[in-house]
Design a protein around this ligand. Structure first.
Ligand code: HEC
Length: 227
């Protein structure tokens, strides 16, 4: 990409501080693809974004650079990585969402011209992930097809959207007998990719008489007991 006609001179000069793809990119950040960004992408994005994966590859700088703006947008909007639960409504373990620090680093890299950096800093390319076996619903899970009052106490460890029509938005809450409300899971809207178990950061005790609300019409939601 060094020789782009009119831009050759500028590009060659700028090659000293990083390799911009166009002369319009003035590099104003020390954050580089090879050092910081590749590590975040390999950790949180490459499981799908690799050659032959669910989405277009984001493994090399050349593959990722044209997507820099889109990457910034997708992560700031929390559309990527796609996982499903709206942040802040319920707390889950295994949530792959980027930390605010990681979001900031990516935003600064993009705003700063998205430089590549030095080859010596590049980590090894991650191995393609081994596909996880499909989730098997435990026999002791409780499947709900609408708002439900619990007739026995329950320890809730997770929630599984067992069957939800795509495109539906819903908010599952637990209304405890003392009137307090626990947010459980919010989907805005549900997509087929989100049909995985959402394990709570800490299991919660739901006493007898708790009402689970928000199961949409035509859907089944399973309450998962501790393993
Ligand atoms: C679970 C799989 C998966 C993971 C993990 C994932 N993506 Fe994606 N990504 C997709 C799929 C599938 C698409 C294309 C369809 C879509 O938009 O849903 C996509 C699309 C995109 C797009 C294009 C959006 C557009 O403009 O249309 C960008 C940019 C993106 N992903 C960035 C990322 C980043 C950055 C990460 C990590 C922080 C990430 N993705 C993690 C599956 C994934």
């Amino acid at each position: 990409m060094k020789n782009r006609g009119l831009f050759t001179l500028v590009a060659t000069a700028m090659a000293l501080v990083g390799m911009p793809l166009s002369a319009h990119d003035i590099i104003t950040t020390k954050i580089t693809w090879n050092r910081e960004i590749s590590r975040i992408i390999y950790d949180r994005c490459a499981s799908c974004h690799h050659p032959g994966g669910k989405a277009f590859p984001l493994i090399t700088y050349q593959e990722s650079r044209p997507w820099a703006k889109a990457i910034q947008e997708e992560i700031l909007e929390r559309r990527m990585p796609p996982w499903g639960a709206v942040k802040g409504f319920g707390e889950f373990r295994g949530d792959p969402a980027l930390t605010p620090e990681q979001m900031e680093v990516i935003a600064q890299w993009v705003e700063g011209g998205a430089p590549e950096g030095e080859e010596k800093d590049l980590p090894p390319v991650p191995k393609p992930p081994v596909p996880a076996p499909p989730f098997a619903l435990p026999a002791s899970a409780l499947t709900l097809n609408g708002d439900t009052k619990l007739l026995r106490p329950l320890i809730l460890d997770g929630i599984y959207p067992k069957m939800v029509p795509a495109g539906i938005s819903f908010q599952i809450t637990a209304e405890l007998p003392d009137g307090s409300l626990r947010p459980l899971l919010w989907m805005l809207p549900f997509k087929a990719d989100y049909a995985h178990p959402f394990y709570l950061r800490a299991a919660i005790k739901l006493p007898i008489g708790t009402v689970i609300r928000g199961v949409p019409a035509g859907a089944s939601i399973a309450l998962l007991p501790p393993k």
